[in-house]
Design a protein. Structure first.
Lengths: 146, 146
DNA sequence: GAATTTAGTTTACATTGTTAACCTTTATTT
DNA sequence: AAATAAAGGTTAACAATGTAAACTAAATTC
């Protein structure tokens, strides 16, 4: 396979990532939440203790974006901000009952879209793929070229 | 490797794609063009005959986005729109001398970032990776779930 | 206790994605 | 040939996203 005359590798990845998200949004179109599904999962895993700053790190995003994500999820009734008593600059992010009710459907949808994406690939190949992608992700980390 | 407790696959790809583009933009920061590098390459390959509609298909984008891309490249002096005489609805997209002069640097930068991304992976692995990604891209094509 | 740092918010601006309405030119229908 | 539809491109509007700067309030450092 010639590498020349192909679209840049990063462009290919970004395109696939976008299509993945579209498939997920379609599967979950009956929910109020239209995006930020992974944030909900991370907040759930935070067991009521995660802060916006910590969430920003997990999402590899910045705190301004996280404010908007939480505003969005909060407006839709998925998340509540709770002042941390021991450090009153921080908020703990807590899922509402609504979010907890819908979370299984979200996780299932993610699994299904991932399975759709991987159709025709063996488990071995998928594991290799993840390993390679993590190598590539590290290679492209800012500290490697800035 | 556990697939659970990882970030959604599409999110990983989108992140890597974004980092790839950042690396490329950094490498090419001395150029006037700050993006749309791949569009320039496609226009070059179109040998002065490609139209906006055709470019939209190659970019897997829509015609509105392409208008903006060509506006941008045209404002920066990289591309000219030339009316097609045989079908006066269309424009041929033509690179300027400036674009042709900078194109080698752009292609080199893309190659370098791609090589940086693939550091530590064998040629065999890279070829497998491309093959797998194209399978995944097809799997996630709209027609497979809409 | 003054200065700095941290968590979060707000504002601003540019880019991107999406949709709809529109103009002009070409193709199709009848 | 006239009417209609379709195609190529443009414009406008709106929401989402990325990035940066300035800000408040609380905590930490010196």
């Amino acid at each position: 396979m010639e590498i020349k005359n192909q679209q840049p590798f990063g462009r290919l990845l970004a395109l696939i990532g976008k299509n993945y998200l579209h498939a997920l949004q379609l599967k979950l179109r009956d929910l109020d939440a239209e995006r930020n599904f992974y944030a909900l999962i991370l907040i759930d895993e935070g067991k009521g203790k995660i802060t916006q700053q910590e969430l920003a790190e997990l999402l590899e995003s910045d705190k301004v974006s996280v404010v908007r994500i939480i505003d969005n999820l909060s407006d839709l009734g998925y998340v509540k901000r709770e002042k941390v008593e021991t450090d009153r600059r921080k908020y703990s992010l807590v899922l509402t009952a609504k979010a907890e009710k819908e979370l299984p459907e979200i996780k299932t949808a993610i699994t299904e879209v991932t399975e759709l994406a991987f159709r025709g690939l063996s488990v071995t190949k998928i594991e290799e793929l993840y390993a390679d992608l993590h190598i590539i992700k590290n290679n492209l980390n800012n500290r490697n070229y800035e």
